[in-house]
Design a protein. Structure first.
Length: 312
């Protein structure tokens, strides 16, 4: 009998060497740790600290300027006030033009809340239609939707104003809120479409086999999976609506309906003396809700943007 194909044995003659080689686990290889030199760490720390100071300095200056009297504006360009005072906060609390500041805050909150609800619901429905429903003209409609991103807001101001004026909606919140419920924000629709297209269709097909329709699939399967993207849309919609100035300036004429960005303009009158202290203080107070909102939901924003690169 030929022994050419026989496995080699160990010196003891009992255990094949090949078997030992196959069963003996290889030790895991460790990636060498790159040690950063001390001077590199110091340089990175100094650079990041300088960038942080540059970014936060306007906010810090705004905070300390709220304690400056009107006489120091234009004379004291420093960070700290020479004669600190709380009168600016008292004047802001009293309001302006006979309207308390709380009314302006409430108007901004109502507009921002309705904008978030309308944008999230309408954009999610439109995105589901583009990403999960097959119909004729899908590519053309999606391209037209993307094309609206190229149109500046100033191009459609006049037609929209004429339309809402004929409907009797000028000086109400409807021109600022109604478009949010009609999926007019193509940026959010595109964001959700890209998110939904990355998800596998296995669960959709299994749900349809069990008799679920588009509404059940959308509500029970798609919405829970796209929650990070929905939170991202909600954050951007809230911030954009809270800081919107041009829209309320065009459609709102009664001071009782003014949101905060328009109310800040009342503190600076070109025909009389401007109250710079109250203007700065009102600006800082109006910035606080946005700052708190962003700090609370920033982790959802980061997760929502980061998951855009993941494949389902």
């Amino acid at each position: 009998m030929s022994t050419a194909n026989a496995a080699p044995t160990s010196p003891g003659g009992s255990t094949p060497v090949l078997a030992l080689q196959q069963t003996t686990p290889m030790p895991p290889t460790r990636r060498p740790r790159v040690k950063r030199k001390t001077w590199q760490t110091v340089i990175w720390f100094v650079v990041l600290l300088a960038i942080t100071i540059v970014v936060l300095y306007p906010l810090v200056w705004l905070l300390f300027s709220t304690f400056k009297p009107n006489s120091e504006f234009g004379q004291n360009a420093g960070l700290l006030p020479n004669s600190p005072t709380f009168d600016n906060y008292l004047r802001v609390a009293e309001g302006i033009a006979g309207i308390p500041m709380a009314q302006f805050f409430w108007n901004s909150f109502v507009l921002a809340a309705l904008a978030v609800i309308g944008t999230v619901l309408s954009s999610a429905l439109a995105a589901y239609a583009f990403a999960r429903v097959q119909f004729k003209g899908l590519g053309i409609l999606f391209a037209a939707m993307i094309g609206t991103l190229l149109l500046p807001f100033h191009v459609v101001i006049i037609p929209q104003y004429l339309l809402f004026n004929q409907l009797g909606m000028v000086d109400t919140f409807w021109p600022l809120v109604l478009p949010k419920f009609l999926a007019t924000e193509a940026f959010f629709v595109f964001l959700l479409v890209q998110f939904m297209r990355q998800m596998p269709r296995d669960m959709d097909e299994a749900a349809r086999i069990d008799g679920a329709g588009h509404i059940r699939v959308f509500w029970s399967i798609i919405l829970p999976l796209v929650r990070p993207a929905l939170i991202t849309c909600a954050i951007f919609a809230f911030i954009w609506s809270w800081n919107d100035f041009l829209g309320p300036l065009i459609y709102l004429t009664s001071p009782d309906n003014y949101p905060l960005p328009i109310a800040l303009r009342l503190y600076n009158d070109q025909t009389s003396t401007s109250d710079y202290g109250a203007t700065v203080t009102a600006s800082f107070v109006a910035l606080l809700p946005i700052l708190i909102f962003f700090i609370v939901f920033q982790r959802f924003l980061v997760n929502g943007v980061a998951t855009q690169g993941l494949k389902g």
